[in-house]
Design a binder for this molecule. Structure first.
Ligand code: UDP
Length: 397
């Protein structure tokens, strides 16, 4: 198993993140640290699309409150994302990454126009793509852009950079009782009005089943840690036990509409009975393609198609199979722990190097090393918890 399950992701960086403490403009040390982090993410082999915001320069809503026409202000906001993306592109190329800047508003002297097929081609060739200019339409945000582009280019998840460790019940900088939420549904985010992303973006992610992973931009290795943890979550979810769980089919890809699409974007998957999955294609013409993909997957299950839905009975496990599965789940968890420790190793190396080069005080170094250890512990604990849950499921008769 590769420690990184995701093949292609979109990273959303808001302008605020680029601004650092000052809150506006581009902060060079922050840009540097961010570029190092992006380089490390690319080093894991994942294909990366970056959607860059512009709030550190201009936000349409704010400018319009101050008297600029809203549509003009939004275009100004979109242009500000291009400035950020150019700064980031320069730093990434200095680090030896091959990049392409694609904009939703044409500006031939500095960027290629955004064309979906071209964007995908760049990714396939190992280039990082920077997607700027938002959607090219006023009244949208770059969060919505990130979701839209992720869906268009077939990314498997969005990683959203923030200044905190994840989603909290309240703003942790204002409320000391705010608690970190490990996992939450899109519906709850919308109902509780948690400001992870704006509601248009969350709704669109929900409708397209696109996971949003939130990470702390100020922690070295945080993205890789999250990706490793998620990889394990996915890997464990697809280990088939005797229980019918829709997540079993999370990794099934279907040859549809001329591309490889995740099954859960083509059909709804439910478990109406403990040992039965029912797959209802959104488009009935895709029935045969879905059935073929199920047969070709290594799940070892036999689909039955009645012309309307596909039924997938899950046979009970033998005692021997259960023991095998426990071994498999332990192996997956151990690979995850190793991946997380490798990330810790790389992050620590960077911190030591930066202290040696005189960019960081000794106190700051210790503070950051401790942060890395804390986040390592947290990820390993999450892996252990996921393992325990899966083991219990395997042993349930
Ligand atoms: N914007 C827009 N349409 C889009 C994306 C962005 O009009 O599709 C404008 C909008 O005015 C927004 C500004 O660009 O305020 C900067 O984007 P955003 O506020 O999303 O940046 P972030 O908060 O991520 O820094």
């Amino acid at each position: 198993m590769s420690p990184l399950r995701y093949r292609r992701i979109v990273l959303k960086l808001s302008g605020e993140v680029l601004a650092g403490e000052r809150g506006f403009g581009i902060n060079p040390p922050v840009l540097d640290a961010l570029s190092d982090e992006i380089l490390a993410i690319c080093g894991t082999g994942v294909e990366l699309g970056l959607v860059v915001g512009g709030g550190n320069i201009l936000r349409g809503a704010t400018a319009s409150e101050q008297g600029t026409d809203r549509v003009a202000a939004d275009y100004m906001g979109m242009l500000s994302t291009v400035i950020n993306a150019m700064a980031l592109q320069d730093q990434l190329e200095r680090r030896g990454l091959e990049t392409r800047l694609l904009t939703a508003i044409r500006m031939d002297q500095v960027a290629e126009p955004y064309i979906r097929r071209r964007a995908v081609r760049h990714l396939e060739r190992g280039r990082v793509i920077l997607l700027a200019g938002g959607t090219g339409n006023p009244y949208f945000s770059t969060d919505t852009t990130a979701v839209l582009r992720a869906i268009e280019i077939g990314a498997e998840a969005i990683i959203k950079a923030t200044k905190v460790d994840g989603i909290y019940t309240a703003d942790p900088s204002e409320d000391p009782d705010a608690e970190l939420i490990e996992q939450i549904s899109y519906r709850e985010v919308l109902e509780q009005d948690l400001r992870v992303m704006d509601s248009t973006a969350v709704t669109m992610a929900k409708e397209n089943n696109l996971p949003i992973l939130v990470f702390n931009i100020h922690r070295a290795g945080a993205v890789q840690g999250i990706l490793a943890g998620e990889a394990i979550r996915n890997e464990l979810a697809t280990v088939r036990t005797g229980k019918a769980a829709p997540s079993l089919l999370d990794l099934v890809k279907v040859d549809a509409y001329g591309q490889q699409m995740p099954l859960n974007q083509l059909a709804s998957v439910t478990a109406p009975e403990p040992r039965l999955l029912v797959i209802s294609p959104f488009d009935p013409t895709q029935m045969a393609a879905i059935e073929k993909a199920l047969l070709a997957s290594d799940l070892g299950l036999t689909p039955a198609n009645d012309g309307k839905v596909i039924r997938l009975p899950i046979p009970p496990l033998t005692e021997e199979r259960r023991k095998d599965l426990v071994r498999v789940t332990h192996k997956i968890a151990e690979e995850g722990r190793v991946a997380v420790r490798n990330i810790r190793h790389d992050a620590n190396k960077k911190i030591h190097a930066s202290q040696k080069a005189g960019d960081m005080s000794e106190d700051e170094m210790h503070r950051q090393l401790k942060q890395v250890q804390d986040i390592t512990d947290k990820h390993i604990q999450t892996i252990d918890e996921m393992l325990a849950r899966k083991e219990k499921e395997v042993m349930e008769v």
